[in-house]
Design a protein around this ligand. Structure first.
Ligand code: GDP
Length: 435
């Protein structure tokens, strides 16, 4: 997400930061570079122009220039303006106690069905009772896909039949809610490859019948700012309230996210960050701006840790830390997301890591498989593993004896490191990570 743009902006700002005082010429040159970087990231022309104008005005027009911390102040101005460009304060869909209806619209392939499933999971985890309505009668497999997602999340899915009228659909939903109370109904609607009148008429009719409380446009970040061109047409017919930008994980530029507010006037509610059901994050402009500028996103990291229940992870005495504990911790951490992505949430880390850096997930899976092939007794006390057991474990997990030996050695080293660390911190085993 935003890697290309982030790296460029960070380079430009790093140079400014190193200067003790700044001249107007220096700032203007940097602003030209920033404008180029934004345009290359497929940010809308108007956004890039306004952004640079606002930063220049603040940086040149005040006493920033010539002050001792000029470089740092310019960085702060850029950070503030990035937040504004991304939408200012965070916006989330409004939720009443009951009677909430979310209407999901967008072009085919944008990620509507997937996002409907993700939203169901997100709100279910917040204690909402969700009903999914599969109203995408256009794409043949969409209803089946939503049914599967509903099963995975554990929420019911009501499927619209071919030829059903919007009034009939509304009636069926009402009947359903009478027997099984739900406070949030998420409707996955039909998309087309392009906007056409027939689709818009169909959506407008269904929207009229369902009376959504929120209408969310789903757009694909990989198509850049182009993705936003459809917003106007949808807004005119079904009145949009906010956006979900999907596939941010595959978009190194960020054009759609940075242009969204300017081009559509609507806030970004959520960002899709993977194909998985937990790959949906509420969109916080300040945190995203921090990530773009390599300042990390510590709050995001803490939230993911809480979701994965890492907060409950006990810190053990180094001597007691066995392979079973290692396995539990590895699995908890993997729940937080790909390790390479997680590292980038740590301030300064996105710059420190080499380009294209990724933790080798296969190695981690291997460790998981190795430990899983051991008995609980062996995990608790790897010392009892003799040569024949090591061979069995190797073949049971599709690895070699050397790999088993390496794991055991690594575990010994980890214990040594933990002893050292606990010694340095005055050793407080049994302490929990702060919530
Ligand atoms: P729809 O036609 O709008 O309902 O689109 P789908 O929900 O079927 O999504 C189209 C494709 O995009 C599927 O292969 C999804 O797995 C994928 N997809 C959706 N959201 C994301 C996301 O946030 N990240 C990634 N990497 N893939 C996504």
């Amino acid at each position: 997400m935003f890697e290309t743009l982030g790296n460029k902006l960070q380079d430009i700002l790093e140079r400014l930061r190193r200067e003790s005082t700044l001249t107007e010429t220096q700032v203007k040159a940097a602003m030209r570079e920033i404008r180029m970087a934004l345009l290359e990231a497929d940010v809308n022309f108007g956004v890039a122009r306004d952004f640079v104008a606002r930063v220049s005005e603040k940086a040149v027009g005040t006493e920033v220039l010539g002050s001792l911390t000029a470089g740092q102040q310019v960085v702060k101005v850029v950070h503030d303006e990035l937040i504004e460009t991304l939408g200012g304060t965070a916006h989330q869909p409004t939720l009443k106690n009951e009677g909430n209806v979310f209407f999901m619209v967008g072009l085919q392939g944008a990620g509507k069905t997937t996002s409907s499933g993700k939203l169901a999971q997100f709100y279910k985890s917040k204690g909402r009772r969700v009903l999914l309505v599969a109203a995408d009668t256009q794409r043949p497999a969409a209803r089946e896909q939503l049914r599967t997602l509903g099963q995975q999340v554990g929420v019911p899915v009501l499927e619209v039949a071919n030829g059903e009228t919007p009034a009939q659909t509304r009636q069926r939903v009402q009947d359903f809610l009478k027997t099984d109370f739900r406070d949030l109904v998420i409707v996955d609607t039909a998309g087309r490859l392009q906007i056409d009148e027939a689709l818009m008429d169909q959506l407008a009719d269904l929207s009229g019948a369902m009376q959504p409380t929120e209408t969310l446009l789903v757009v694909d970040a990989m198509t850049g700012q182009e993705a936003l061109n459809v917003a106007k047409a949808f807004d005119e017919r079904v009145s949009l309230s906010g956006l979900i930008i999907t596939k941010m994980d595959g978009d190194a530029r960020g054009g759609a996210a940075l242009s969204a507010r300017f081009q559509t006037g609507k806030p970004i509610y959520f960002a899709g960050t993977s194909e998985k059901l937990n790959g949906l994050e509420p969109f916080y402009p300040d945190r995203v701006a921090g990530r773009i500028l390599g300042m990390g996103d510590v709050l995001g990291l803490i939230e993911r840790a809480q979701q994965a229940d890492l907060a409950q992870m006990e810190m053990k005495k180094a001597g007691e830390f066995d392979l079973e504990d290692l396995l539990t911790q590895l699995r908890q951490i993997r729940k937080m997301g790909p390790l390479g992505e997680l590292m980038k949430l740590i301030p300064g880390m996105s710059r420190a890591l080499p380009e294209g850096f990724n933790v080798d997930e296969k190695q981690i899976q291997k460790i998981d498989a190795l430990i899983s092939s051991m008995t609980l007794k062996e995990r608790r006390n790897p010392g009892i593993l003799n040569a024949s057991r090591r061979r069995r474990i190797a073949s049971g997990s599709g690895s070699s004896v050397q790999e088993v030996n390496r794991l055991i050695k690594m575990h010994e080293q980890m214990k040594g490191m933990m002893k050292l660390l606990q010694g340095m911190q005055g050793g407080k085993p049994g302490a929990k990570m702060p919530k």
